[in-house]
Write a protein that binds this ligand. Structure first.
Ligand code: N01
Length: 559
């Protein structure tokens, strides 16, 4: 048997099981990775921290949680299974969290993926053993395993961030983080609730919480440019049309900048008069969704003047929707350009501030001082509440990877290698960590795109590389230093050409004290990224050093 051939090696009692590949995470990316490697005949084990599949959709069950990508484009394609694509129908324009979770469970069962997934299994260390060319994994419960390939499918937003407010542990009421929501749900009926944060999550949660609660205080530090989602039951004719045309539409999405098959018109807002721009903005506003950013003008991220036009349009809409002028002014962003933070989609958020039981508070001019046993103290006033909802985001893109104890050659820890910011080749690999592949990692398009499109490309590229290694009897893949340096330089150059680095956002790590400030996702676009990755593959995985393993292959490793 060649050292690349599949099958789980026979295991002596008490010995850690050995696999060809270990995948960490059972969300969209982990499920597709498992399927793709199993299809090659490899033995694969998925370790999932949660008690079920779903990843982000398992943990984020807060009220109002739904997808901001249109559901017809937020799913696996025929590359996963033509049958599933044909069988599944979404009920809403933007699917809510329970429906997406049901979808992922449906896919899992349909593809018989569950038998290779171990749930409630948190990876706490992953160490590369060069003499064996294997990754040794340890779980929080003491379990262990090893594999030649380690693939992280941990999502970009999976380590919650709760600011270290003084007194936070003294609160006597209920505390929740939106990213770790209780699966049984929370009943806010008649309760006084503090919501801290006004990002995409809070924008979804606040309208729903306000429908139940006696009163909601929203602690806002930075307002966002929220775009109307205009969620509604999915028109079956539209959905059928998308299905009928899905091959073309998906290809268009794959080749696009942001992973959506929208009609991008290359034009600058500065070349149009105010009278000409207005109907273009109004049309996108009426349509709802990311059309506002993608189908109006194309240079918002690189041209401040162009951006000012859409930013002002969006501020004018907020002033129309919110009746109290002081609240409207507070909700209208002035400190950053549109789309330099992720614009939330809103379904009733602004109107919520017209309710008597909702109060907006300015946590920018008067920062939260402390959490007390009875509530939140700010500006010398104590807001007494029964529950605090932390909608305060995530240690994005690197938090979970660093928490897994990933250690490469020569004892190098990932967080030490990336101390000044991630260094990767294509966002998928990093030198010093042979056979480690990161799905939707930093310096890949990931969160700057419709995630399933980025995930599909990443997974297929990794699967293609592993197949290539098997076919050519190669055992070790690691990027060359020069290739990694070139990718980082390219990534940084593309980022520097945009307005993104100038705004404090989690995209640049600004939400976590001490986190290096750099653009974490790649802003060159999913289409161009795909083309680069494809060219790399066509040139025999240029930039990667692919070798046979030189140490004698141990008998138990299947070689
Ligand atoms: O987190 P965020 P999120 N005092 O980091 C505030 C994705 N998503 O969970 O902006 C007071 O955006 C912070 O204030 P500021 C989407 O990609 C997807 O809302 O830093 N406030 C901010 O308002 C999104 O971008 C969907 O000044 C504090 C908030 O907390 C990403 O998840 C749905 C504070 C955090 O906002 C994260 O969104 C929802 C402090 N000390 C979300 N610290 C879908 O489409 C932080 N804040 C599926």
């Amino acid at each position: 048997m060649s050292e690349n051939q599949a099958t789980m090696a026979p295991q002596a009692e008490g010995q850690a099981p050995e696999f060809d590949a270990i995948v960490v995470g059972a969300g969209f990316s982990g499920l597709y990775m498992l399927h793709s490697l199993r299809r090659q005949g490899l033995s694969v084990r998925v370790y999932e921290q949660g008690g079920g599949v779903g990843g982000t959709w398992y943990w984020n069950g807060y009220p109002g949680a739904r997808c901001d990508s249109e559901s017809v484009y937020y799913m696996f394609t025929d590359h996963m299974s033509e049958e599933i694509l044909g069988e599944w129908d979404w009920s809403e324009r933007y699917a809510a969290q329970p429906e997406i979770l049901r979808y992922l469970e449906f896919v899992t069962d349909k593809m018989d993926l569950r038998r290779d997934i171990q749930f409630n299994a948190r990876v706490v260390s992953a160490v590369y053993a060069p003499e064996r060319n294997r990754w040794d994994i340890r779980l929080a419960d003491g379990g262990a395993a090893s594999a030649r390939f380690l693939i992280t499918a941990v999502g970009c937003l999976s380590s919650t961030n709760t600011p270290k407010f003084p007194g936070i542990d003294t609160f006597a009421g209920e505390s929740y983080h939106t990213g770790a929501w209780p699966h049984e749900g929370v009943d806010f009926t008649g309760k006084r609730v503090a919501v801290i944060g006004t990002g995409a999550t809070a924008v979804q949660a606040v309208p729903e919480i306000a429908k139940q609660a006696a009163h909601v205080w929203v602690f806002q530090r930075t307002p966002n440019y929220d775009i109307p989602g205009r969620n509604r039951p999915l028109d079956s004719g539209y959905a059928a049309g998308v299905k009928a045309d899905y091959k073309d539409l998906w290809q268009k999405a794959r080749e696009s900048g942001f992973g959506l098959p929208y009609q991008i018109v290359e034009r600058s807002a500065v070349d149009y008069s105010q009278e000409e721009r207005q109907p273009i903005f109004e049309a996108a506003w009426a349509k709802g969704g990311f059309y506002m950013g993608l189908e109006t003008f194309s240079d918002y991220l690189v041209n401040r003047e162009s951006n000012d036009t859409v930013s002002e349009f969006l501020r004018s809409k907020i002033r129309e929707m919110v009746k109290d002028p002081a609240a409207a002014e507070l909700l209208a962003p002035k400190d950053h350009p549109f789309f330099t933070k992720r614009p939330p989609l809103e379904n009733g958020y602004y109107e919520t501030f017209n309710r008597d039981n909702v109060t907006l508070l300015n946590a920018r001019t008067t920062p939260i001082e402390e959490i007390t046993p009875r509530g939140v103290r700010m500006g010398g006033h104590e807001y007494e509440v029964d529950a605090i909802v932390y909608a305060t985001g995530f240690d994005a893109m690197t938090g979970t990877l660093f928490g897994m104890g990933i250690t490469g050659r020569d004892g190098l820890r990932l967080q030490d290698k990336w101390r000044d910011g991630p260094r990767t080749y294509l966002g998928l690999t990093t030198r010093g960590f042979p056979n480690l592949f990161v799905i939707t990692g930093p310096q890949s398009p990931s969160v700057l795109s419709n995630m399933p499109v980025a995930i599909e490309q990443n997974v297929e590229w990794i699967a293609g590389l592993i197949q290539h290694m098997t076919a050519n009897n190669l055992a070790v893949a690691e990027p060359a230093q020069v290739a990694e340096d070139k990718w980082v330089a390219h990534h940084d150059e593309v980022a520097a050409a945009t307005l993104l680095l100038g705004t404090d956002s989690w995209w640049v790590g600004a939400n976590i004290p001490g986190k290096p400030r750099t653009l974490y996702p790649y802003v060159g676009g999913v289409g161009p990224f795909r083309a680069i990755c494809q060219e790399v593959a066509e040139k025999g995985y240029e930039g990667l050093v692919l070798t046979r393993h030189e140490a004698p292959a141990p008998a138990a490793a299947g070689g």
